[in-house]
Design a protein around this ligand. Structure first.
Ligand SMILES: O=C(O)CO[C@@H](C(=O)O)[C@@H](OCCCCCc1ccc2ccccc2c1)C(=O)NCCCCCc1ccc2ccccc2c1
Ligand SMILES: [Mg+2]
Ligand SMILES: [Mg+2]
Length: 340
């Protein structure tokens, strides 16, 4: 859309989007019609909430009510927070700009954004003072921070009229789209997170390999650590068939690109991480050139299926004979290959 007709605060909001999200900014700005502004604001509201969650300098006694009541800030034109130390603190410092543009959106978008913000804020408090133990709790945490995003986005797609009502109704598939992205981030960011004292890997899995989560980073545990990594990647790969089913229902090209590009980046990341000890010594990132090539090639369901097939078979090819989960990983890869 032309810059001239965009208000000054909306322009600032798009600047915050670009500053706080490498992976979502371009695909959000390419969205058609009312979805572009609605999803830009949806992103900024949740990024502000997540910036509170991520800030380890905020005491839990203050953080819990901040998270639970965050959605109410959208009804207070003046609310902002200047005490954050986080990289994305600008969205908290200038929250009034986000609130103003939130109120410019059509009513149907307000309800979704406010409802998801409320549920995410409550969900984030559940794991503030307790660890993620079982796989079910891992799924629960990822539901709160990413599954709910998928559910909200799907409701926005259908509300805009650009996608069928069924997209907004099938919350299980929308949830799993978010889980696939969040589990991939958690697997990739192991070292970065433990260096900040943040524990997102489920204890039921890592405790089979080491005494403490941080022990996975010790050179002497390298083989155990990689087998633990492979088990979590196998768990994430179980979501591939649902993600493909979800994307097969999307008809609008700009919405398809928005959904497909993060998924393609995620499967490529899982493939780079699989059986890769570098996860425990640094952060495994996709090279920009590789990413651009994949983005160009993610504009149709057939192309996305081909990319999912490619990276899943690359993982299948590299399953170590001595990996305790080898048979399970082969089964999950076969199921993913059959769906792509
Ligand atoms: O702090 C960081 O830099 C990373 O934070 C991670 C964390 O703290 O765990 C973590 O924060 C999660 C809480 C805030 C959610 C922010 C968000 C992300 C993408 C959006 C895309 C469009 C609209 C709204 C969005 C909201 C994070 O950003 N994880 C990235 C994976 C979550 C992606 C959710 C998502 C995105 C696009 C989707 C498209 C289609 C279907 C489901 C989708 C689901
Ligand atoms: Mg975060
Ligand atoms: Mg977070």
């Amino acid at each position: 859309n032309d810059q001239v007709s965009m208000s000054a605060t909306l322009k600032r909001c798009y600047n915050y989007l670009t500053e706080t999200s490498r992976s979502f900014s371009a695909v959000i700005q390419a969205l058609d019609g009312e979805l572009r502004d609605a999803i830009c604001i949806f992103y900024l509201v949740l990024r502000a909430l997540d910036t509170v969650e991520d800030d380890m300098t905020i005491d839990n006694k203050l953080k819990i009510p901040m998270l639970k009541n965050f959605y109410k800030n959208l009804q207070d034109p003046q609310w902002h927070f200047t005490e954050s130390k986080e990289k994305d603190r600008i969205v908290l410092e200038d929250f009034p700009a986000i609130t103003r543009e939130f109120h410019e959106l059509a009513g149907v978008y307000h309800e979704v954004i406010s409802d998801i913000c409320c549920k995410m804020g409550h969900g984030m408090t559940v794991f503030l003072d307790r660890d993620i133990d079982t796989i079910e709790e891992w799924n629960e945490y990822c539901h709160y921070v990413a599954g709910l995003v998928g559910i909200g986005l799907s409701r926005l797609f259908s509300a805009s009229g650009l996608e069928d009502p069924c997209v907004g109704k099938d919350t299980a598939l929308a949830n799993n789209m978010g889980l696939f992205l969040q589990k991939t981030n958690i697997i990739r960011d192991y070292l970065e997170d433990i260096l900040q004292g943040r524990k997102f890997w489920p204890k039921a899995v890592w405790s089979k390999y080491v005494e403490q989560l941080t022990d996975l980073a010790l050179e002497k545990n390298r083989t155990q650590a990689v087998h633990c990594l492979n088990e979590l990647i196998t768990n994430a790969l179980e979501l591939v068939p649902d993600c493909i089913t979800y994307m097969s229902r999307i008809h609008n090209q700009s919405v398809f690109n928005f959904c497909a590009i993060p998924q393609v980046m995620a499967i490529a990341t899982l493939e780079r991480c699989y059986n890769n000890p570098a996860v425990f010594t640094g952060v495994v990132k996709i090279r920009k050139g590789e990413a651009v090539k994949m983005m160009m090639g993610s504009t149709s369901l057939e192309k996305v299926k081909a990319i999912m097939y490619h990276f899943t078979s690359e993982i299948y090819r590299r399953i170590p004979e001595n990996d305790p989960n080898a048979e399970r990983t082969r089964q999950v890869c076969m199921k993913a290959l059959a769906s792509s």
